[in-house]
Ligand binder design. Structure first.
Ligand code: CYT
Length: 278
């Protein structure tokens, strides 16, 4: 539910962050489960725990540090969210995506959203990197429900080009150049927190989904509401329920995230300057 006070709250949170940190970021990265180490790459970092930022939702998920880190990265001013808040943690969709509002207020025009996802497409394997081309929102709600605030964006935002084609092409070109295997796919978002059943995965497969996860979509909707450009990259941390003959556990999800960390880092290092310049 988009609350009438959200705009003022985003301004207030941005002013708080501005008081802690001299750098004005232009690009933001959100790091999913097991991928949080990228924040250590920033030079002259200012680290602010989510819990200190006014109105920020708190992330309790295991594998999420829960810090906003702002600093320099290969010549860019970058804001990195080490973890994110989810709907399944008891946040509304609008709360879960509120950090997008604050980042936009700070001057961010582009976000790179990363996540750990289950692989539905049988071509994928554990550790595969997938550039998200589109999504299917199966979470059962939207962060924009409620009176629209025209200061953020329109009542009915277009979602045709939610996942920026130019950014995706940049990411794919850089992956190719670095010899990093990648796929392009459609991400289905479920609200969780239980992993899906095999029958749900069969349903999602028939709908055309290649990946399944429990995040990202509220943030994409809110980013597009404000015309912030989006690149989303999923790491297939496990094959989805019923596809591998094994049960899914969060430890496996985190372990795969750690295993692909260096590859992911190399890709981000190559992609971020290019999307900042485009
Ligand atoms: N895996 C994951 N479903 C999965 O199978 N990381 C999220 C949702």
């Amino acid at each position: 539910m988009l609350k009438p006070e959200a705009f003022l709250q985003a301004e207030y949170a941005a002013r708080f962050i501005g008081s802690k940190c001299p750098v004005r970021p232009n690009v933001a990265v959100v790091l999913g489960s097991g991928l949080g180490d990228f924040a250590n790459e920033l030079a002259q970092p200012s680290t602010i725990p989510f819990g200190e930022i006014p109105h920020f939702p708190v992330s309790t998920a295991i594998g999420h540090a829960g810090n906003l880190v702002i600093g320099n990265f290969v010549g860019l001013s970058l804001a990195v969210m080490q973890g994110r808040a989810h709907f399944y943690e008891g946040n509304t969709f609008a709360q879960a995506a509120f950090p997008m509002r604050v980042l936009h207020q700070l001057g961010v025009k582009a976000v790179v959203l990363t996540n750990a996802a289950g692989g539905i497409n049988p071509q994928y394997g554990r550790g595969a990197l997938v550039m998200v081309r589109d999504h299917i929102n199966m979470m059962g709600g939207s962060p924009l429900i409620g009176p629209n605030d025209d200061r953020f964006g329109p009542r009915f935002p277009d979602m045709t080009y939610a996942y920026d084609r130019e950014y995706r092409k940049i990411a794919e070109a850089e992956a190719k150049r670095l010899d990093i295997p990648y796929y392009e796919g459609i991400y289905a978002a479920m609200h969780g927190p239980s992993y899906e059943t095999p029958a749900e995965i069969q349903m999602l497969a028939r709908m055309g989904a290649d990946l399944v996860g429990m995040s990202t979509v509220p943030e994409v909707i809110v980013a597009r509401h404000m015309d912030v450009r989006v690149l989303a990259i999923s790491c297939v941390t496990n094959m989805a329920a019923g596809l591998s003959g094994e049960a899914i556990n969060h430890e496996e999800v985190l372990e795969t995230g750690r295993r692909v960390k260096d590859t992911f880092l190399a890709l981000l290092r190559a992609v971020l300057p290019k999307i900042a310049a485009s």
